[in-house]
Design a binder for this molecule. Structure first.
Ligand code: PMP
Length: 404
């Protein structure tokens, strides 16, 4: 596989920033989109655009076919048993809010435990805090060890029959840690808990099989895997989705409506009120085609190679502290340089055309845990190259000289 050839599919990469070739290492925040995805969006708007499901005319039928074909693709891509288990959402945040906004009110009692971890993104913390406030449930967290992995001994103690909901990030966006979600889900399920996995940094980066993981819910965002912004999905085990009340009410999700009450459609329609984000769903389908054509396992191997290379080279920098285990890790390296605040470092890098991200990465409790104000993060995807890592290293060495 000639990875540098792929770059032709991403014209955005071929530009200079402040007179330097752009090095885009902010993929954990959002990936770039290949021509194939952008072309699909343009083609949809130019030839097929219409509302889905309700129409009996040609354009509506074409739009509906493409919209529903993507649902099948997503189901296959993440190993769901059936396409009705895929609910389109704006992304991971909305998917988790859907579950946290509905399931706890029906199934949690005061004193029940919601077990999370200390490395969750705010989008897998705040919705559960809101749910705990509404239901009287208690929040507990599996601590994070100094090496950036979960404290599995503490998890054994925390996983009791009082835990009714367990939610955990698959790959940490701030540490790169790959969590043993299959094992943790199995333990939680054996105690009768419902389980949710945040797959924002996993889908499109590593092979994901929700049935193998065994979780009840799995959330991800399209924009981190070559698809447009504003589209993602929630996988939910069908029996659970059937038992859950709707989240939002409106058109599309009902069978009959009177002035007093309504009957709802079966999942997934029950959870998709209103006109959906049709174009971006179809764009998500194009992104899955693109990634599958290359092969997710190959993408994972490329990411692992770049990350291992970057990790080794970055470890050379004086005063650097890299968070998270050396391996296995997702395709990112988050670090703190003793000589510079992450925001200053990221601004310095930008003047050389290098796009990093600096700050708390929506994981404030984790920053507190590691006693850092924030970190700088380089995150990689399929179009990145070792030559770009070398360019980053030159810039980071200059930064160390500049700030020291
Ligand atoms: N969880 C993780 C681990 C993430 O990295 C992100 C995105 N930074 C999210 C959740 C939220 O995703 P989105 O903003 O696309 O809803």
């Amino acid at each position: 596989m000639d990875w540098s050839q792929l770059r032709a599919d991403f014209p955005i990469l071929d530009q200079t920033v402040h007179g330097h070739p752009l090095v885009y290492f902010d993929n954990a925040a959002s990936s770039q989109k290949p021509r194939q995805v952008v072309d699909t969006l343009v083609r949809y708007y130019q030839t097929d655009n219409a509302n889905v499901h309700r129409g009996l005319h040609e354009l509506s039928m074409r739009a509906t076919d493409a919209f529903e074909a993507t649902r099948k693709k997503v189901a296959r891509f993440i190993g769901a048993a059936r396409e009705e288990e895929i609910i389109y959402t704006r992304g991971t945040t909305e998917a988790i809010n859907l579950v946290a906004g509905v399931w706890p009110a029906q199934f949690l009692q005061p004193g029940d435990v919601i077990l999370l971890t200390g490395m969750e993104h705010h989008s897998n913390l705040v919705p559960w805090q809101l749910a705990a406030k509404r239901t009287g449930a208690v929040l507990k967290h599996i601590p994070v060890l100094e090496d950036g992995t979960l404290d599995l001994d503490a998890a054994e103690v925390l996983l009791t029959e009082e835990v009714k909901l367990f939610a955990c990030v698959h790959i940490s966006n701030s540490l790169g840690t790959v969590n043993p979600v299959k094992e943790l889900v199995a333990k939680a399920k054996a105690l009768g808990a419902v389980t949710l996995v945040d797959g924002a940094q996993a889908v499109g980066h590593v092979p994901v099989d929700v049935q193998d993981i065994g979780c009840d819910f799995y959330a991800f965002s399209g924009h981190k895997m070559c698809a447009p912004t504003g589209i993602g999905a929630l996988y939910g085990r069908y029996e659970l989705l059937e038992k859950m009340e709707p989240w939002q009410g409106g058109g599309e999700m009902i069978t009959t409506v009177t002035l007093e009450k309504s009957d709802y459609k079966a999942p997934p329609a029950k959870f998709e009120a209103g006109t959906p984000n049709i174009a971006d769903v179809i764009g998500l389908g194009a992104a899955i085609d693109y990634l599958e054509n290359i092969g997710v396992e190959a993408i994972q191997a490329h990411g692992a190679e770049l990350t291992a290379y970057a990790y080794q080279r970055m470890a050379e920098l004086p005063g650097i502290r890299i968070l998270g285990p050396e391996a296995p890790r997702g395709s990112l390296v988050a670090f703190h340089l003793a000589c510079a605040h992450p925001h200053d470092l990221v601004e310095f890098a930008n003047t050389y055309g290098l796009a990093l991200r600096g700050g708390h990465h929506c994981t404030q409790p984790l920053m507190k845990r590691f006693k850092v104000p924030g970190t700088s993060r380089a995150s990689f995807y399929l179009y990145n190259t070792k030559a770009e890592v070398d360019r980053m290293m030159n810039i980071l060495h200059q930064a160390v000289n500049f700030f020291s």
